[in-house]
Design a protein around this ligand. Structure first.
Ligand SMILES: *Cc1c(COP(=O)(O)O)cnc(C)c1O
Length: 462
C-alpha cells in the first residue's frame, strides 16, 4: 500500500516510511492511496476470532509487501499481551440497544494503548532492520503521552520526548508520564495549553534541519499507523453485535478526530456502520462545524474531560481530504485560511459528504457529570468523563440500529471528576496501585521552540 499526503505535495511513501515520517513534509497527513475492501464473507468470518486474529486480518492489507505474516503476528501478540482483559476491547450494555466498548484495559488505562503498544513494536522492528536511531516527539493532552512513554520505555534506538500542558493533565496522567525511570523517555511540562504543545511539535517538524539532525518522528494521532491500529476494535465490536448481517452505529468521544476517523476507515472497508457520531465536550468546534458548515476557532477552555480539550483537531484534515474528493490543493488552502483567519467555510458538497456519515453532539460540564451519575445509578457502570460525554450524545442518537459508545478511558484515570459525580473515588487497578508512591521525574519548559529544540539535542547527545 502507498500513502499520499492530504496536501498533495509530499513524496508518496510506503507504510513503513509513512509511519516513520509522521507528519508529511508539506504539512499534511498521510492517508492510504486507496482503501482495501473487505467483502461481506470475510467480515462474517471474523466472528469468534480473537482480537489478535482480527487485528492481523484488518491491518495486513494496509502494510508493505516486505512485512512477513510471522513478524506481524508476533508483534500483534506482544502488543496486546499486556492488556488485562482477554477480549482486549470487551462490550458491555448500558441500556436498550446501547452498548459500551471498553477500550481501557491496556497498561495506561486509555484507548491510546491499542495504537501505541503496537507502534512501539513496529518502530523497534523497523529501527533494528534499518540500523537507525530515531527521536520521537509527541504532544499530549494526557493520554497519548502516558501511552507513548509506556510503549517506548527502555526500547533500543529510540528516544521519546513528550510535551504536556503544565497543570492541565490529571494527576494519574502526569504520574504515568513522570514515574517511568528509563533514560530514553522524557516528560516535558510546557508552559501553555495542549494546542501550544501541538503547535510546538508541528514547528519542529517544519524545521527541516532540526528534523533531519535528530531523526524526528511523530507518534501523535497524525501518525497513520496509530489510526490503523484503532480500526480493529470497530470490527470486533460490530461483528460481536451481528455485523456484517446487521449494521451498527458508533459514538466516539472526540478530540483530535483520530479515533472516529479509524471508524471511517472501517466503514470505507465495507463494515456496515450507519452513523459515526462525534461527541464533543464544551470545546465543540467539530459539532459546530457539522451544524453550521463553518470551521471556526473560538479558544479552548479546560473541562473535566481534558483529553478532548482541543481546538485544532488534526485528523479532521483527513476527513476533509476525503470529503473534498482527495483534492490536496483545496485542503492546503483551507489549512492556510485556518491559520491565517482562524476559520474557513466547508464547501456545500463536502459538508453534505460529511453529514452523510457523521452525526454530532456536545455535552456541557453539568451534563457530563449528570451522565456519570445517571449511568452509575442505572447500571452500576462507572464511566470516565470522556466516555460520559460519549454516552450523553449517544443517547440523543439512539434508534433501531445498535449504538456502541466507545469508553475511551478508565474512570480511575479521572478520579476527581468521577468522585464529584458519584460520591465515590474509583480505585486504580491493582497492578498500578502504588502509582502515587513512585518518584516523579519531569522537566518544566517555556513555550519557546528554540528552548525545546536545544533541550532535545542536549539530551540525545548524552
Ligand atoms: C485521546 C482521547 C480522546 C480523543 O480521541 P481523538 O482520537 O483525539 O479524537 C477521548 N478520550 C480519551 C480518554 C482520550 O485519551
Amino acid at each position: 500500500m502507498k500513502y499520499v499526503s492530504t496536501r498533495g505535495r509530499a513524496p508518496v511513501l510506503s507504510f513503513e516510511e509513512a509511519m516513520l515520517t509522521g507528519l508529511a513534509r508539506d504539512g499534511g497527513l498521510y492517508v492510504p492511496q486507496s482503501i482495501p475492501q473487505m467483502p461481506k464473507a470475510e467480515i462474517a468470518a471474523l466472528a469468534g476470532l480473537s482480537y489478535e486474529e482480527v487485528a492481523f486480518r484488518v491491518m495486513r492489507p494496509f502494510m508493505d509487501a516486505q512485512m512477513t505474516d510471522t513478524r506481524l503476528g508476533e508483534m500483534i501478540e506482544r502488543a496486546y499481551g499486556g492488556f488485562e482483559h482477554a477480549a482486549r476491547a470487551p462490550l458491555t450494555q448500558l441500556g436498550p440497544n446501547h452498548f459500551l466498548a471498553e477500550l481501557f484495559h491496556g497498561p495506561t488505562l486509555a484507548f491510546k494503548d491499542f495504537a501505541m503498544q503496537l507502534i512501539g513494536q513496529l518502530f523497534q522492528d523497523a529501527m533494528k532492520r534499518r540500523g537507525e536511531r530515531i527521536t520521537i516527539v509527541g504532544a499530549t493532552s494526557g493520554d497519548t503521552g502516558s501511552a507513548a512513554i509506556e510503549a517506548f520505555r527502555g526500547l533500543d534506538n529510540v528516544e521519546c520526548f513528550i510535551l504536556f500542558p503544565q497543570g492541565r493533565v490529571s494527576e494519574v496522567q502526569r504520574r504515568q508520564m513522570t514515574t517511568p525511570d528509563e533514560a530514553n523517555v522524557h516528560a516535558l511540562a510546557l508552559d501553555g495549553d495542549f494546542d501550544d504543545c501541538q503547535a510546538a511539535v508541528k514547528a519542529m517538524f517544519n524545521d527541516f534541519d532540526f528534523r533531519d539532525r535528530v531523526g524526528l518522528t511523530a507518534v501523535n494521532s497524525i501518525n497513520w499507523a496509530r489510526v490503523l491500529a484503532q480500526v480493529v476494535y470497530f470490527f470486533t465490536s460490530a461483528v460481536a453485535l451481528g455485523a456484517p448481517h446487521r449494521p451498527v452505529s458508533f459514538t466516539v468521544p472526540t478530540g483530535n478526530f483520530g479515533d472516529i476517523f479509524a471508524g471511517y476507515i472501517a466503514r470505507s472497508m465495507g463494515l456496515p456502520i450507519e452513523r459515526l457520531v462525534v461527541a464533543t465536550n464544551r470545546n465543540d468546534i467539530l459539532h459546530r462545524t457539522l451544524q453550521s458548515g463553518r470551521h471556526e476557532k473560538q479558544g479552548v477552555s479546560s473541562t473535566i474531560s481534558p483529553s478532548m480539550d482541543i481546538e485544532v483537531s488534526s485528523n479532521f484534515e483527513r476527513a476533509l481530504f476525503m470529503a473534498y474528493d482527495r483534492d490536496g490543493a483545496a485542503i492546503s488552502r483551507l489549512m492556510e485560511e485556518l491559520s491565517r483567519d482562524g476559520g474557513f467555510p466547508v464547501s456545500q458538497g463536502a459538508l453534505e459528504a460529511l453529514r452523510e456519515i457523521y452525526g454530532s453532539g456536545r455535552a456541557s460540564e453539568e451534563e457530563t457529570g449528570a451522565t456519570i451519575r445517571a449511568i452509575h445509578a442505572e447500571t452500576g457502570e462507572t464511566l470516565c468523563p470522556h466516555s460520559a460525554v460519549g454516552a450523553k450524545v449517544a443517547r440523543e442518537h439512539l434508534g433501531a440500529t445498535p449504538m456502541i459508545t466507545l469508553a475511551t478511558a478508565h474512570p480511575a484515570k479521572f478520579p476527581d471528576a468521577v468522585a464529584a459525580a458519584t460520591g465515590a473515588r474509583p480505585p486504580l487497578p491493582k497492578r498500578m496501585a502504588d502509582l502515587y508512591d513512585r518518584p516523579e521525574r519531569l522537566t518544566a519548559i517555556a513555550n519557546d521552540l528554540g528552548a525545546i529544540e536545544s533541550l532535545i539535542e542536549e539530551r540525545i547527545a548524552k
